[in-house]
Design a protein around this ligand. Sequence first.
Ligand code: TXA
Ligand code: MG
Length: 316
Amino acid sequence: MTLVGNDLIQAANFLKGGEIVAIPTETVYGLGGNALDENAVLKIFEAKNRPFFDPLILHTHSVKELSKFTKEIHPKLLALLEQFSPGPLTVLLPKKEIVPDLVTAGLEQVAVRIPNHELTLQLLQMLDFPLAAPSANPFGYVSPTSAQHVFDQLNGKLSYILDGGECQVGIESTIVGMEANEVVVYRLGGLALEQIESVVGKVRVQINQSSNPKSPGMLKSHYAPLKQLVVGNLEELMQEYADQNFGVISFFEKTLVPHQIILSEKKDIHEAAKNLFAAMRTLDKTSVDLILAERLPDKGLGRAINDRLERATSKD
Ligand code: TXA
Ligand code: MG
């Protein structure tokens, strides 16, 4: 039985003892363990049923801490870190020896992030090690945005869930790195492309690699609900699937479908992102056979939302 609460000391004690604990962040809940302790990291992979080729993000409480785990930081990446940390940004940096290969799946670079959540920042300050933390969901399923989501799927597989309420951003961090002096975005996420480009200029977006992905979490089948999901123009989809028992995820429009979730009645893209994964979970629990989801405008967080919807359509 996994304990749930907001006791930082209890959470810290479990982590110091090499156990794993779910931590709230502004993006999604993470499944954290001592990143410098291979046994703790192994427990994370085991609890999630995650393949070892999929590396983990190292979480710490300040940009200053990063030099303990990483070598030189390219000035452009440093500028991003300084501008957007703590926040929904993950940066790939050359790792130091101290970071176990298990964390990076043998890669030379480690993904690092400073999450913007009060409880978790306090927790990280209480520890003398960083936390390796993937999203706290079974491999391949939608990420959790509440303590309840974590409990529903991982109860018994971790020691403690630090309940920090509902995640305020709701989709995973944006992952960036450096290739040949150019900033590359490997995963669209909670920090919009426009914001990144406002600091470092035009970037290259390199998502959806199928073979030997640089960011293995970008395998197509990630983030999928159990029900089949189809993305497109809602009106057209509803006609096409008229003879089926479907539920609907819309941006702001109301339909007459009984199982319908509106992501943001006030057409706010941030609110939509925040509600996206919970919407998929809710419809998964209903009797519908199929989920029809509307594409959002392709700008700001809309891009990351569309990316997650597209991935959720895939079962391979
Ligand atoms: O918002 C987030 O990033 C959340 C919260 C908990 O911080 N974490 C998260 O972790 O989404 P996860 O494990 O579900 O996705 C992290 C992805 C990996 O699947 C992989 O694609 C990429 O980050 N990644 C991690 N380390 C990497 C590395 N060394 N090189 C390339 N990609 C890496
Ligand atoms: Mg994940």
